[in-house]
Design a protein around this ligand. Structure first.
Ligand SMILES: [Mg+2]
Length: 397
């Protein structure tokens, strides 16, 4: 017998156990309360939503190949130089065929694919493309949640375009991005965020995958648990040891048994295995930090050169803080350094003041982590959201 199917596991908990378990067993209620407290508008009562997840294909690499066609048709990547401990940010599909992937050390990537061409990132070009894509998306709905420069969720449940067909909206977005930006986008259409994100990856690159409400059940049943949102390598291995490979295996487990095994994530697993994900598309992402940063034309060779740049940066930060929304309070100071090889480090200090001395100490500690020439310095503060319930929503997410 599997541990999760022990007799009595379905009995209603009482006493202290009930106090612990009841919130977990009634997620709809607690989610609604959390959303209410945080000022997010309540979920529409309508049962079915139409969510699109759009995701550009090898975005940085696609922009580079577009702007320099000599890079196309051969393995290439965007990233740091191999002799400087650089890493791959993105690579094209020709490079992926050799096993190269993002976050891999450039040196290792070259070992796998000796003919790999690695070019330096041009973030301004990527940001410009991202703005163009965002402008296209806004033609269909205002309910857009950007996840990164090249990825976003759209809630088109109430969109009047194409008689409300999310599939045709996704097709149109793909067509327009291809025509206007000359890069490809994959899209997923589904009744919720978790499935839309899986769908956009399903026929990548340059693909569209639609999971209609009647298809959800069979699609999710066959889905390997490793594809679930929040299931990383460790959890996937733990699930495998319990004999759980696919969501259909997961469905055999009772809710309480999963909570016992995985804590609050067990509740989430129970829901995802049934294709349930009620997270709304959140237009306004809560700000967690406010910072100013500067990329120097020439790398700063040592700590003294970095310290010399601090006063100007702190002055800019003060200007930004003076305009900060009253919903936030500035908290502990933080410093970010990007070294010449594009590795970066961020340090913050609880309890420290926002004076020059605190930033100088943080800068020294951050510099010591790399001990290499610096191309970018950022100074900032962590923000506390003063709106009631803000923290709870952050925890849920
Ligand atoms: Mg992408």
């Amino acid at each position: 017998m599997r541990p999760g199917r022990a007799p009595g596991s379905h009995q209603a908990p009482s006493g202290a156990a009930a106090r612990v378990l009841r919130p977990l067993l009634a997620p709809g209620v607690t989610l609604a309360v959390r959303l209410y407290r945080s000022g997010v508008r309540p979920l529409p009562s309508r049962a079915v939503r139409k969510i699109i997840h759009i995701d550009c294909d090898c975005f940085f690499a696609a922009i580079e190949m577009r702007d320099d066609p000599r890079l196309a048709g051969r393995p290439m990547a965007v990233g740091g130089a191999p002799d400087r401990r650089g890493v791959i940010a993105t690579c094209n599909y020709e490079a992926r065929a050799f096993g190269v992937h993002s976050a891999m050390a450039s040196r290792q990537a070259l070992a796998l694919c000796p003919q790999l061409l690695i070019v330096r990132p041009r973030f301004e070009a990527y940001k410009a493309a991202s703005r163009q894509i965002h402008a296209i998306l806004q033609d269909y709905t205002e309910l857009i949640e950007p996840l990164s420069l090249d990825e976003a969720y759209l809630d088109v449940s109430d969109s009047a375009h194409f008689s409300g067909s999310a599939t045709r909206i996704a097709q149109d977005i793909r067509r327009r991005v291809r025509e206007q930006l000359d890069i490809t986008v994959s899209a997923g259409v589904a009744p919720n965020k978790f499935l839309a994100k899986i769908a956009s990856d399903w026929h990548k690159p340059d693909g569209l995958c639609v999971i209609t409400p009647p298809e959800v059940d069979a699609f999710v049943a066959a889905l390997p648990v490793a594809r679930l949102h929040g299931v990383g390598k460790v959890t996937a291995e733990r699930l495998a040891r319990l004999g759980i490979q696919r969501c259909s295996d997961l469905r055999e487990w009772q809710r309480l048994a999963l909570v016992r095994e995985f804590g609050s994530f067990g509740e989430r697993l129970w829901q995802l295995a049934r294709g349930i994900d009620e997270r709304p598309v959140r237009v306004e992402r809560r700000r967690q930090t406010l910072s100013v940063e500067h990329t120097f034309d020439r790398d700063l060779p040592d700590l003294a050169a970095c310290v010399a740049e601090l006063p100007a940066l702190l002055e800019q930060l003060e200007h930004r803080l003076a305009r900060l929304d009253s919903a936030y309070r500035a908290d502990k100071p933080l410093v970010k350094l990007k070294f010449h090889d594009f590795t970066q480090t961020t340090l913050e200090q609880a309890g420290a003041g926002r004076d020059g001395g605190s930033y100088q100490r943080l800068l020294a500690a951050a510099f010591a982590r790399g001990g290499r020439p610096v191309r970018l310095i950022g100074v900032g503060v962590r923000l506390v959201d003063l709106r009631e319930g803000g923290e709870q929503l952050a925890l849920f997410e």
